[in-house]
Design a protein around this ligand. Structure first.
Ligand SMILES: [Fe+2]
Length: 308
């Protein structure tokens, strides 16, 4: 559970819960992007979200066991999904890990259809094709949040887009942009410029040591969107707090500190990098947006272990 704010303090909570799974809880509304839980975390998952947003149908983003736990009860209102999550004739033509489309899709096999809403990008990438037109979305100007659907990119085709989401919470005006598995930024993202507090960063523009050079894409994304904060996600570590079982996508980084510091050094003063640890609820003060970085010493031995 997220930490409770003290009386008189205003705050909200954010959590990167592993892979591309990201959750936000405000006083009046709670929502999550690509929720993806396992084991004890999955068994403990409660329907505490009003809205859920799915970027694309890959198993690590559109996860029926997790959605089955979250998309029920009185509070839950709607699961917003990219078109490939519901149309079994359209899923991305790819065998991807253990993603068995025939088993998992359409997602309405697991979630009642009246609680699922397909959405299409309103901000559309000119890199994927020109002159593309998608069906208009239902009103996404909801009572407590507003939602803009922003094209993502992984394995998208001109007719089958994948979705990122810019969600703005009305009471606080805090905005969160979850990119989905966006590999390459596109100029139309400039429509978001200056309107994003938190950019949940996933795949764009990462360059391994001695690896293929992609840094320009990261800088382009940040220059076009101009987020106030950037939160790296969609990587694994072997830290205890990482809830993703070993062997499950995405891969480990060999040195998480170096990975974060590489991003921080590259983006420079364009934005502020927030090095969230997977599985930890972070409390954000309002209106300052200051993160409460909570940590304690945890002794690992009482007496030096070399003493008999
Ligand atoms: Fe992914």
């Amino acid at each position: 559970m997220p930490p409770a704010a003290r009386a008189g303090e205003r705050s909200f909570q954010l959590r990167w819960s592993g892979c591309g799974s990201f959750e936000a809880r405000f006083a009046e509304v709670a929502f999550a992007f690509d929720p993806y839980f396992f084991d004890a975390e999955l068994r403990a998952a409660k329907p505490v979200y009003d809205y859920l947003f799915i970027s694309h149908e890959h198993f690590d983003h559109c996860h029926p066991p997790t959605l089955g736990r979250l998309c029920r009860g009185e509070r839950f209102e709607k699961l917003y999904v990219s078109p490939g999550c519901v149309n079994p004739a359209q899923p991305l033509a790819e065998v991807y890990g253990d993603a068995a489309f025939a088993r998992d899709l359409p997602i309405t096999r697991s979630i009642p259809a009246q609680r699922v809403q397909v959405v299409y990008p309103e901000v559309v990438s000119s890199l994927i094709g020109t002159g593309r037109r998608f069906p208009p979305n239902p009103a996404l100007d909801l009572e407590r949040i507003s939602v803009e659907v922003v094209e993502s990119g992984e394995n998208a085709t001109p007719d089958l887009p994948t979705c990122g989401y810019l969600v703005t919470e009305r009471e606080t005006s805090v905005s969160i942009y979850h990119t989905g598995d966006l590999h390459e930024p596109y100029p139309e993202l400039q429509a978001l410029a200056g309107r994003v507090d938190y950019l949940v960063h996933m795949k764009t523009g990462l360059t391994e040591w001695r690896g293929e050079e992609h840094t320009e894409r990261l800088l382009q994304l940040v220059d076009w969107v101009q987020p106030r904060f950037l939160i790296p996600t969609h990587y694994r570590t072997d830290r205890r707090s990482d809830p993703i079982p070993h062997g499950t996508w995405p891969p480990d980084v060999t040195d998480a500190n170096a990975f974060i510091e590489w991003i921080r050094a590259r983006v420079g003063n364009r934005t502020t990098v927030l090095p969230f640890t997977a599985g930890v609820w972070y409390e954000i003060a309002l209106p300052s947006l200051e993160v409460a970085w909570k940590w304690n010493w945890r002794p690992t031995w009482e007496a030096p272990p070399w003493r008999p």
